[in-house]
Design a protein around this ligand. Sequence first.
Ligand SMILES: Cc1cc2nc3c(=O)[nH]c(=O)nc-3n(C[C@H](O)[C@H](O)[C@H](O)COP(=O)(O)OP(=O)(O)OC[C@H]3O[C@@H](n4cnc5c(N)ncnc54)[C@H](O)[C@@H]3O)c2cc1C
Length: 578
Amino acid sequence: MPIEIVLPALASDMDSATVAVWHKQEGDAVVAGEVIADIETDKATLELEVPSSGVLGKILVSAESGEVDVGTVIGLLLSQGESAESIESIAGEQSGQSQATSVDPEVTNATKSTVEKDYDIVVVGGGPSGYVTAIRATQLGMKTALIEREHLGGICLNWGCIPTKALLRSAEVYEQFKQAENYGLSVDHVGFDLAKIVARSRGIAKELNGGVRHLLKKNKVKLYEGNAQLVGGGRLKVEEEAAVTDISASHIILATGARARNLPGLEADGKLVWTYKEAMTPDVMPKSILVMGAGAIGVEFASFYNSLGADVTVVEVLSQIIPVEDPEIAALATKSFTRQGIKIMTQTMVKELRKDSDKVTVVLKQNGERSEITVDRVISAVGVVGNHENLGLEATQVEVDRSHVVVNEWSETSEPGVYAIGDLTGPPCLAHKASHEGIICVEKIAGEEGVHPLDKSAIPGCTFSRPQVASVGLTEPAAKEQGYDVRVGRFPFQGNGKAIAMGETEGLIKTVFDKATGELLGAHMIGAEVTEMIQGFSIAQTLESTEQELMQTVFAHPTLSEMMHEAVLDAYHKVIHF
Ligand SMILES: Cc1cc2nc3c(=O)[nH]c(=O)nc-3n(C[C@H](O)[C@H](O)[C@H](O)COP(=O)(O)OP(=O)(O)OC[C@H]3O[C@@H](n4cnc5c(N)ncnc54)[C@H](O)[C@@H]3O)c2cc1C
């Protein structure tokens, strides 16, 4: 009877590993205690000694097989004189087929029948809401699995926040090169290679995607790479490439995110009309682009393509661009973009897209007037819809409202034991809101003390255009609508020494206070690096800082953040530098 060579736990925290190298081939004689293979974990390469003397009869897990769990039979050993035929039946059993490439007996058997697994928490979706939640759940001592069907890190790391910021950074450096003379520098030729810009962005996304895999492993989150569907009664069906697994969990957290919205008749086709995915991976630079929708995503793409020389038009149905922002900041952004050559059309509706072989004619309606613009490409940036379909929600009491799952302040749905977080639950569709919601959800499940529901009014929002825009809390009109008597402070970038030294004098910081209590209701910024500075006001809001405390805070000099101080001082008529 062949002896099974089982992957042992070679370290206390090892629960899976890769067989990096076999030092023996099938048919080679081995002596007990001899190193037969190198086993690689995320932390170290360890030597595996053969349990007894004999002949290596069959390798079941090769270096190419990837990671397998501790306990997996990775090879079979024949005792001296034992026939190789006896192996075939066992190897067949182990692999479920004669060509033994698969390694995890649980998984391979599951191609035929389902295997049951029980978890405390199962998270569906590996975006910033899902993977962060799964990690926090294991930190809280809960047995946790994460199911991701396409890409760890979700839209954020693969097709959203990160790759766009990589593209925008290339555009920013390019702009700075073009202004080299202003800094006493000379550059012979300023140019760009679009393929390399895109490759850099994709490379960064890939790197971070690998980082998430590492973090999950480090935190002992069991990862299933497949599609998940609820089947009722706290159970899920997970379809991986080679296996269908039935899992049950005390708590199921849906974190399936959102995708680009398509407007009827104006759908993206991936060729002439792009979603963010195609807009992020252009193979040639379009000469002209029309961006439908002037939210953060639309404006960032407009900024990127404008910097690289495209003729850009932005069309927005509402009365201002970046509609969630304070109108004063949006007006400054409009002015700046217009000066840079971007055409902005607000209160304008795209009525029709007429496609040629390599052009699109966009039919617009503004104030009852129809007009047409012909461009190389259209970018559709008209919002997102939640991924709620094919999740098996029909078998549950989970409510869906206009593509978003309805939840209470603890992310509980109407189905006991089923929760939803992140973009799936609706706006604001931001990565940091998504992760935060997930952490609150599992901490509440774990019964942690001091857990508070997410205060949606204090979630900062950032647009990484040129200039950048950032805000937290209520806009001035929203504060007034809510009945506040407000005090407003403003400080322009022209009054700040660091901004002048940087050559970044365009911008404004605005604060909105409740006149009665001195509470900071909102902060709104446009200009260089404001997406970093906004955090200061977020902390102030979270700590419920008063205007006095903000005024008493010492800000380092020379920094852009001194403008935050001055914008507070201005609200109380104490501004110094303007
Ligand atoms: C172009 C662009 C730029 C952006 N920039 C920013 C930014 O600068 N800052 C910011 O905060 N936000 C930004 N966002 C928004 C941000 O990406 C999202 O808010 C964030 O990704 C939401 O995280 P999530 O985990 O809820 O969902 P997602 O990131 O969408 O992840 C959901 C995951 O679930 C998986 N999934 C879905 N269904 C199933 C299933 N049935 N089984 C298994 N897996 C499933 C999907 O494959 C996906 O990986 C941007 C978005 C875009 C499109």
